[in-house]
Design a protein around this ligand. Structure first.
Ligand code: UDP
Length: 248
């Protein structure tokens, strides 16, 4: 096999103690495809500024990022921190990466499981993904509202479907903790935390318009649509402060 084989071969930059991938979208899709082929269960994390701040306080998330095969720069804040350190990098968001991986999986015949979001949302996302990427093989779905005591049971349910790719949309850090603590049970070749992506694919949540994205104001858009996200958005100034302090 040619190309990127192990984590050590992939270019990364450090943000608040986490090694974040510098691969662009095309190279990331290729790297994930190689991870599926390597068939050793791997975690792919998509980290935004709030995730990196939470990792500073949450040992389980820090460990998950530390053992992940790839941690992508999911937000403009993380891209800013990497560029500030002199790296060339572009954003690889969870929703865009999941979309690309679904498209590729349809070509490759890979099996996909969707875990997370409110009851009914993963099913709706699966339906719309099947229309968007004809041939995509979604072999199972399950909502994400269950106590962590049930993690092993849910993982065993996923194992029955034998997925190559497992997308988990339960928010940071719950999704990363689920993936790493049950890796040996669910056995998916690549598992990826994708936050609110099922809400977007199902059509229940709208992505920010392109102009808002270009102005790098997606965080404000999300805050207006969902004021409950304020606690996560409030981590952004803290992230900026921590990065500036680290850089001194
Ligand atoms: N969610 C879930 N189980 C929970 C809590 C949340 O499945 O116990 C889902 C929620 O319905 C939403 C997603 O997780 O679809 C969280 O999205 P968010 O954008 O908040 O994620 P983050 O900002 O952490 O990436």
């Amino acid at each position: 096999m040619t190309g990127l084989k192990s984590r050590a071969d992939r270019p990364t930059g450090e943000v608040l103690g986490v090694r974040v991938s510098l691969l662009d979208m095309d190279a990331t899709v290729k790297a994930v495809d190689e991870l599926v082929a390597a068939a050793e269960p791997a975690l792919v994390a998509t980290a935004d500024a709030s995730g990196l701040v939470i990792a500073g306080e949450d040992e389980r998330l820090r460990r998950a990022y530390g053992t992940a095969a790839l941690v992508t720069a999911d937000s403009n804040g993380v891209v800013w921190a990497l560029r500030r350190a002199g790296h060339r990098v572009s954003r690889v968001s969870g929703v865009d990466l999941m979309d690309r991986l679904c498209r590729l999986s349809a070509e490759k015949g890979q099996r996909i499981f969707l875990l997370g979001a409110a009851p009914g949302v993963a099913d709706q996302a699966a339906e719309r993904l099947r229309l968007r990427h004809p041939g995509v093989n979604i072999v199972g779905t399950r909502h994400g509202y269950f106590p962590s005591d049930d993690d092993p049971l849910v993982a065993a349910e996923i194992a029955q479907a034998k997925p190559d790719l497992l997308f988990v949309a339960m928010g940071i850090p719950r999704q990363e903790v689920f993936i790493t603590s049950t890796l040996a049970i669910h056995g998916a070749k690549v598992s990826m935390g994708v936050g609110g992506s099922f809400d977007v694919f199902s059509g229940r949540a709208r992505r920010a318009p392109r102009l808002v994205q270009a102005l790098k104001l997606e965080w404000l858009w999300r805050l207006i649509l969902n004021p409950k996200k304020a606690s996560k958005v409030m981590l952004l100034p803290r992230f900026v402060w921590l990065v500036l302090r680290q850089g001194r």
